[in-house]
Design a protein around this ligand. Structure first.
Ligand SMILES: [Zn+2]
Ligand SMILES: [Zn+2]
Length: 170
């Protein structure tokens, strides 16, 4: 996945990271959106005088969602600015608090993928709409009201209730 070489960073002070991370690494066990392309990651890592490592940049991908009203597929662009501070943990003790992550001092490589996955899980939208004025499915016949005109009298009346009313009105 995505590793930051700390020895190289110490030598140069700044490192650019560019990667296309496999979509499968960001799928949240069926609880979040599917992705239709890899997650492209652009990051700049800076070595701070205090031994901390500052990483910032952005991640972007395309989500393969389903409209929650009409159930049509929706491709949704997703981009998120990210910022992490990694602190050697013999300095501050162990803590993991939002953008602040600790790592064992004298580590050779930082794993950036884990924090990126956390950010994605927090920020990824749980549902999509194909457009703000999507008219959804007819509750009576199930046809897509964006593309089809059905003959159901009222969008709010369920066909089963109509049948029941016809039977009891005799
Ligand atoms: Zn829709
Ligand atoms: Zn209908």
């Amino acid at each position: 996945m995505l590793h930051l070489n700390l020895n190289a960073l110490e030598r140069t002070g700044t490192l650019q990271l560019r990667a296309a991370c496999p979509a499968a690494d960001f799928v949240l066990g069926g609880r979040g959106p599917e992705l239709s392309e890899p997650v492209s990651v652009t990051l700049t890592a800076r070595s701070m005088a205090t031994g901390q490592v500052m990483v910032q940049g952005r991640m972007s991908t395309t989500l393969a969602q389903v409209c929650r009203r009409c159930l049509e597929p929706v491709a949704q662009a997703f981009a998120l600015p990210v910022r992490f501070v990694f602190i050697p943990d013999d300095e501050y003790g162990c803590r993991d608090d939002g953008e602040v992550h600790t790592f064992p001092a004298h580590l050779a490589e930082l794993d950036i993928a884990g924090p990126l996955r956390e950010e994605f899980a927090l920020a990824a939208p749980l549902y999509a709409e194909c457009r703000p004025d999507c008219r959804g499915l007819c509750p009576a016949c199930g046809s897509n009201r964006n593309t089809a005109r059905c003959d159901c009298s009222s969008p709010d009346v369920d066909a089963r209730w109509e049948k029941l009313r016809a039977l009891t009105n005799h």
